[in-house]
Design a protein around this ligand. Structure first.
Ligand code: ADP
Length: 307
């Protein structure tokens, strides 16, 4: 009886082990498929920047995501010169973020031409291309490391001393210094110890650190408290002053500062112009704008123009 008792425990453990092994095998399969996946092509050239060329040109670009029947953008053409900022607005699903994804070189199955500083995007070496671009999105990934390291990550080749300058420029210094350990304060996972506005300012500091020529900015749609909103706006204005900016805009203040506004609806550019000229044209933009009841609002810094 004693010996039989010794047998029951290993037998019951067997069933647990079998379940665990099956789960582990499934995980291993996923890990190996990531390891085996095709690495992006990266055989292009690192062209020197030709300042006489527009920073970015889209020439009749049509694109559908892999295995999708409907196109995400159709016949989209626009250009942006050095140190100019243009804005894209339009309803959700219009194709705004598709434009930034194409520029980052995530997909190269588009029709038409995309040129960055005069060279077709497909001819660029992806690493060199991405050195030119800083992407500031709503979902910036913050590592569970110190605040300083998170900013430094924008460009590890620059000395750590530049981190403080970037933080100051991004209006992030005061809240960083308010942490008990300052720049050495460790962020919680996904940065969830910080408010939305603080996370955005860290993302901007990281982009400033990168010192890229072209900033792709996907403005946050989420409401920020007024103080954060104002600080984020100052940080963005400063950053964009000396950069080429392509902004997916939700905020009236950004839209007003843009050299040109493009309205994207269901993948098609339906209108373009300045804020004033688009209002005057009384088309889609004006209609969307009026629907937001923003016409009578003065500067409307905190208004969310979620068109
Ligand atoms: P916006 O940024 O204006 O909200 P998107 O560029 O995200 O619009 O989307 C444009 C179209 O492309 C939408 O119809 C959307 O469903 C589709 N789309 C976006 N991302 C993907 C994806 N990864 N795979 C397939 N379709 C996508």
């Amino acid at each position: 009886i004693n010996l039989l008792n010794f047998l029951t425990w290993p037998l019951s453990q067997m069933s647990v082990l079998i379940g665990e092994t099956k789960r582990d095998l499934a995980s291993a399969e996923r890990i190996f498929s990531v390891i085996d996946s095709v690495v992006e092509r990266n055989d292009g050239q690192a062209f020197p920047i030709d300042f006489s060329q527009p920073a970015v040109v889209f020439d009749k670009v049509t694109f559908a995501y892999p295995n999708q029947e409907h196109v995400a953008i159709r016949d989209v053409s626009f250009s942006v010169n050095m140190n100019e900022t243009i804005a894209f607005v339009g309803p959700s699903g219009g194709g705004k973020s598709t434009i930034t994804k194409l520029l980052m070189g995530y997909y190269d199955t588009y029709e038409g031409q995309i040129r960055v500083f005069g060279h077709e995007l497909r001819d660029w070496n992806l690493t060199a291309l991405r050195h030119l671009l800083a992407l500031v999105t709503q979902e910036t990934f913050l590592f569970p490391e110190s605040i300083g390291e998170n900013i430094h990550y924008g460009n590890l080749k620059r000395p750590f001393a530049a981190v403080e300058d970037a933080a100051r420029e991004a209006q992030a210094e005061s809240f960083i210094l308010a942490q008990s350990k300052g720049y050495d304060a460790i962020l919680g996972e996904m940065g969830d110890t910080l408010s939305g506005g603080q996370k955005q300012r860290l993302a901007i500091a990281r982009a400033i650190m990168k010192d890229a020529s072209i900033v792709l900015l996907d403005e946050a749609t989420s409401a920020l408290d007024l103080e954060s909103e104002a600080l984020v706006q100052i940080a963005l204005d400063r950053m964009l002053k000396s950069k080429t900016g392509i902004v997916i805009a939700h905020r009236l203040s950004t839209i007003r500062h843009a050299k040109k506004i493009y309205v994207l609806d269901q993948g098609v550019l339906v209108e373009s112009g300045t804020h004033a000229s688009l209002l005057e044209a009384a088309g889609t933009y004006a209609r969307l704008y009026q629907r937001q009841h923003l016409l009578d609002d003065g500067e409307g810094l905190h208004e969310n123009l979620d068109l």
